[in-house]
Design a binder for this molecule. Sequence first.
Ligand SMILES: [Zn+2]
Length: 565
Amino acid sequence: MYRALYRVWRPQRFDEIVGQQMITQTLKNAIMTHQTSHAYLFTGPRGTGKTSAAKIFAKAINCHHLVDGEPCNECESCQAITKGQMNDVIEIDAASNNGVEEIRDIRDKAKYAPTQADYKVYIIDEVHMLSTGAFNALLKTLEEPPANVIFILATTEPHKIPLTIISRTQRFDFRRITAKDSYERMVYILQQKNVDYDEKALRVIAQAAEGGMRDALSILDQVISFGDNTVTLEDALMVTGSVTKKLLADYVEEVTSHVTKPALETMRQILQEGKDANRFIEDLISYMRDVLLYQQAPEMVDSVAMGEDDQRFADFAKQIDAEVLYQMIKTLNDVQQQMRFTTHPDVYLEVLTVKLSQLETAKPITRTEATAATNPDDPTIQKLAAKVDQLQSELTTLKTTGGSAAVAKPARARSTTGPVVKKVNVSQIYPILGAATKDDLLKVRDVWADLMSILSVTQRALMHVAKPVAASGEGVVVAFDYAFLYQKAIDDQVLMDALGNGLDRLMGQAPKIVCVPKEQWPELRKDYLTTHQPEGAATQQAPQKAPVVDEAEKRFGDLVEVKPD
Ligand SMILES: [Zn+2]
């Protein structure tokens, strides 16, 4: 029977847990010096080693043949725990056991001394799923911890755990695993299994797994099965569905150097690899965003995002004008919209390529090459120019005949990055605005500097461009200066969890955090106020400016323009 890699290669020693050295060293030290706690809280994204660490901890604390804090994995106790046959190590999945009864059961049974082992260890996975009643029962147990009983609570969503529980645990935040760490783990596993691999393939997989070791190994499993026991770049690309960074980098450099023909060839090569047109455009947008981000805060772009040749990425980021990148993103976005009406996306991609390579660059990169390549008499260019005209007139017809509401809508004169970001979800913001008060906002602003100080350096760099603009007892609206940083923030679940946990600690509550790009905030706020007027004001026929302003004063304390300090 085939067993999934992540099961076979589940870590059995602290040292085998990838990317969490600080945590595993602290746990080993605690075990060696007999300074363990009655209760631990392991938090972090899925696949970062929380439950593995809990099981290894259960083994180590019960193993009589410890070596530097590591379990021997050979004694009777270690083996029983590995096989899940040790009565004193109890694993509970709160996602399926969320009743009060199960926890009451723990409360009753925890009183009794362990029967086989030195310590009874309860591992409660997905602990945030417990009901309020179950949390209360658990709290009672944690308040009077029985001797020789250890609780390990694991969760992906610590902000859903009552503060009363958190305060009785020793907390460890497991980090998202870096691409480098997961790369090295895959190399180790493949070497042990004697499977041939292409290093580039592993980079592609590490990137696609986005910080979860379990996901990386699941993708690797698929790639191995595709490749008949070898790991090739081609299969990795196919399984992950991502275009190679190298080809993307080639393409971007070609269009910004105005060399249309090579760019067209690169584009065809990318499509021949089986990428669909939409994916290609999305990969391009994400590449441009990474370059923009790198220009603002290089430390926030990891080497995998830069591809195999990070020096090349860095050089390109230094040379290219941000304004050109914004223009390119806008063009990409426009073409993506237009493509929805066509059954011939490749034509649009050709047009796109011509458009991109004709954008004005403030700082031309390779002028000599550029002038040589964009010869307007070139028949390829002429043909494509004609196509552009034709497609543009088709599009105009579509718009005037109302082909679709989305496209027919006049483009707003917003920042060029506006349409690239995900649409802000008003259903999340309106309830906050509905209950927003100036006091609530001031409370959040009071703790904001402290909140920033408990974030990691990279998280702080990202939040540097953000500030709270409205708050209720239940939620906070946070506005970001740059739309692409807003996007980066909302995609970063670790950051969002860190903010939620931080507010929980500092304010004793974890309000829901909703992010918006700053450029959209004034309009969102205005839309809300005009659609949610107090009864009297809504029926007035007279200009509604005055009540809106009053309402804004009351709810948000006229804080739109207020400076953070
Ligand atoms: Zn042992």
